[in-house]
Ligand binder design. Structure first.
Ligand code: CU
Length: 498
């Protein structure tokens, strides 16, 4: 079923290229991923040195801390390797595909050249089993990023890793830096993400990836027909209950029974680089007994703001500063609207944690997009829009299908733009489900605050206007970062035309 479905989608993606070409009549010609415009944009980036790495995507048996699973991974760990590069350098990564399926690597959040963006049939041919692909691109902006395939629901396997882009001019006012990757996990527990997708699309109500029975994570969608979260208030603080119930939630590839232990000295100031690599889960992060200070969102600096908890949607990254007390403290990531928890342990002294998982913060101030203001100089300059595209996000749970302006990818209408335009995307969530909207190859300013991001959470029925400069020619994916929503249609193309 899943293999058939994937072939169907791949075929559809193939058709999209033709569709996009023929849709651009009247003199508007699409700018291709390997065009002269793409090459000249890359050349203008003035590279400052080369960093090389290699990744091998392959089946792997991974120990998640007592839970041993067969999955697909980059190497034999989950997450995969953390890659580090300075802003302005060129990153060259040789990817080998030893999976039994096509794959690719997408560099999430990076404003890179179009032909290196890793979206099969839009920016490159898929990497076939046994095949290889060299990604090589200038990395323009410092920040916290990650990489993952852009094929099917492979993101929901172990195929992800963090890309840290250092700022050579960063004052570095911290003693240490920890990378924290949050994930929801099902693969190798009796079902694969493809099985979960098949269950959702079959409308069988078996989205319960834990193998259980009952609510199945369908969240009342069958009654509302819009993927609603039902009346149970299951959406937590974001309204984001998700579609899939997972048996495990992870921090740095570990289940709570045998968590990652992060050690420091009392009083140390730590920079946390937090990535939500989950496919269907919004997390609420907290560190018991500590306040968190947000310093960056999706790599971009914000006015430092302090709170007790932080909401992170799928695909979002936040950098935090925290000054550690003396003791052992649970760092918890609670899935919004779901049972379970992800946990790591922060330890500056011996002894047992003075609080347990039960102490998960449920009260206190919650940091989210609304809490943020951009640091001066990081926002996109005010300018009148040359072009506004309206995007209505909607869909249904039964049949399981997600849409932009009433159509499912690859039948969605491309969003045409021209180089040098100021473009506004007016995105309206017309469903009772949350959708983290992600745009490739660009960053946008969220109108109102001006916070600069590449992934933004739209709560049920919320509308946001996203302003961007069309300065990176090519054909770019724009989609929901719920892997199951994107795979069943909530995706379109931001396409440059001349
Ligand atoms: Cu979505």
């Amino acid at each position: 079923m899943s293999a058939t479905r994937r072939s169907v989608l791949t075929g559809g993606l193939g058709l999209l290229g033709l569709g996009a070409l023929s849709a651009c009549g009247g003199g508007a010609r699409p700018v291709g991923p390997r065009s002269a415009a793409v090459a000249s944009t890359e050349a203008a980036r003035h590279a400052r040195g080369l960093v090389t790495a290699s990744l091998r995507a392959a089946p792997a048996t991974v120990d998640l801390g007592g839970v041993v699973v067969d999955t697909w991974a980059f190497g034999d760990t989950v997450p995969g390797p953390t890659l580090r590069v300075d802003g302005g350098q060129v990153l060259r990564v040789d990817v080998r595909n030893d999976l039994p399926a096509d794959t690719s690597v997408h560099w999430h959040g990076i404003r890179l050249r179009n032909d290196m963006d890793g979206v099969p049939m839009m920016t490159q041919d898929a990497i076939r089993p046994g095949g290889a692909f060299r990604y090589e691109f200038t990395v323009p902006d410092p920040g916290t990023y990650f990489f993952h395939p852009h094929v099917g629901v492979q993101l929901d396997r172990g195929l992800y890793g963090v890309l840290v882009v250092e700022d050579p001019h960063e004052p570095g006012r911290y003693d240490d830096e920890w990378v924290l990757v949050l994930d929801d996990w099902v693969d190798g527990t009796g079902r694969t993400p493809d099985d979960v997708l098949a269950g959702l699309t079959a409308g069988s109500g078996t989205a319960d990836a834990s193998g259980g029975h009952g609510m199945g994570g369908m969240m009342g969608g069958s009654t509302s027909g819009m993927g609603g979260m039902g009346s149970g208030g299951m959406g937590g603080m974001s309204g984001g209950g998700g579609d899939v119930v997972y048996p495990h939630y992870l921090v740095n590839g570990r289940v709570p029974d045998d968590p990652d232990v992060l050690r420091a000295r009392p009083g140390d100031r730590i920079r946390l680089r937090v990535v939500n690599a989950a496919s269907d889960t919004v997390f609420r992060l907290s560190l018991a007994g500590h306040r968190l200070t947000v310093t960056h969102s999706d790599g971009w600096p914000v006015e430092p703001v302090e709170g007790d908890m932080l909401l992170l949607a799928m695909g979002e990254r936040y950098d935090l500063l925290v000054t550690l007390g003396d003791g052992a403290f649970p760092l918890t990531a609670t899935p919004e609207g779901k049972d379970g928890q992800a946990l790591a342990l922060v330890r500056t002294a011996g002894g047992t944690p003075r609080t347990t998982a039960a102490a998960t913060a449920t009260s206190g101030s919650v940091l989210s997009l609304e809490s943020l203001r951009p640091l001066a100089g990081t926002t996109i300059a005010a300018r009148e829009s040359d072009r506004t595209h309206d995007l209505a996000l909607s869909g249904s749970m039964n049949p399981y299908r997600w849409t932009i302006n009433g159509r499912s990818f690859p039948d969605t209408d491309p969003l045409e733009v021209r180089s040098s335009e100021r473009v506004s995307l007016a995105v309206s969530n017309m469903s009772m489900m949350v959708h983290p909207f992600h745009l490739h190859g660009h960053t946008f300013s969220v109108r109102g605050s001006g916070v600069r991001k590449d992934t933004v959470l739209l709560r049920p029925m919320q509308r946001l206007v996203l302003d961007l400069d069309a300065d990176n020619p090519g054909q770019w994916a724009a989609h929901c970062h719920n892997a199951y929503h994107a795979e069943t249609g909530m995706m379109t193309t931001l396409g440059y035309v001349t």
